[in-house]
Write a protein that binds this ligand. Sequence first.
Ligand code: FES
Ligand SMILES: [Fe+2]
Length: 424
Amino acid sequence: MLSVQENERLTQVGPGTPMGELLRRYWYPIAPAAELDENPTKEVRILGEDLVLYKDRSGDYGLVGRYCAHRRVNLAYGIPEEHGLRCMYHGWLYDEAGQCTEQPFEETVRPQSRFKDKIKLPGYPVQAQSGLLFAYLGPEPAPYLPKWGPLVWGNTIKEISITEIPCNWLQCMENSLDPIHVEWLHRYYTSYVWMRQGKIADTQPPKIRHRKIGFDVFDHGIIKRRVLDGYTEDDDDWKIGHPVLFPHILYVQAGGVFSTLQHRVPIDDEHTLHVTYYAYESAPGTEAPAQDSVPYRYANLYKEDGTFEVDFSLDQDKMVWASQGPIAERNHEALGDSDTGIILLRKLLNEQMRIVEDGGDPINVFRDEEAAQSMQVPVERIGNGWDKLKEVRYIPLEQGETPALEEIMQVLSTWGDRSKVLER
Ligand code: FES
Ligand SMILES: [Fe+2]
């Protein structure tokens, strides 16, 4: 159990808060690149700051304060020019650093005044990578953007799925340090949903139970390990485990042939943007179809009747995160033996906040360009019961239809039965 103050320290993400300052040392995906090709301006809220993301006519991206410095209109309605974003109201122009570079009427009547030099909105760097646009809101110099394996692997089909969750980002991350929920939320609760839907007669207790869980801090975050019924410490689940990339990404393999980077982007204290990046691998010796751009979709949190989507595992995760309320009342919780990973995560976050308060760089910040280029971290390929499946099949994790379904089915079919996967 935490005190109210300890909970606030862990969950407040705005500028000047200890966690807000720690979180500002990392890059976050804020939109799919393909979305800006359809509409070149987009309202973005991240780390409690209201911003507008735009793509100008020369193809450069900017992320600047949302409201025009003149009379505070919303620049999401602004006009991208060859360089920068022009306010639609009186034509002031801003560059990607948020600096005002033109004031048409002021320059006409008083060309020598250079009023524009005094006008600056917040402006933050944006980088396009692998179909996502990443932003950095921290102090300069910005670290290098780490290119985690699935982002840069060739011979894969990629897809992006996004959901806004009405709760603090830490609830999502604590779930990733909590292996036991898999057997209850994703197995037993699923059987309850199926029973309610009339698909099965009764609930089914989880067939595979956890026997042991373990966690290790490493250079890039925390490795999560488990031993399930029927497996040993020699299996990938324990020997390799899978990583939580500090502070906001769960990297998980499913079935040995597709990987997800699940980014939990803090919008503000009470909202999180969940950005799932999928990479489906084509079997060795086969070729994945080319993708011009990475397709994206928005996965619903709620059904039409206002209840949560709960058919797939990530939907179920989103339901439990949101069901804890906007900020979980950790001052009323009762942690048990399943929560050792959560306690470790909070300890690590507190240590890293102190490092930032003392002027240092926290873990998993990249100052070496080479190291950030293609970051391969250990991740289990076979485990969690997936190896018991007979064939390689498409396993949706989230509600809604992927726009890349045809290509995904094509690369999955290159594996034939599971023997090729198990051989790897
Ligand atoms: S409000 Fe933007 S230029 Fe006047
Ligand atoms: Fe889960």
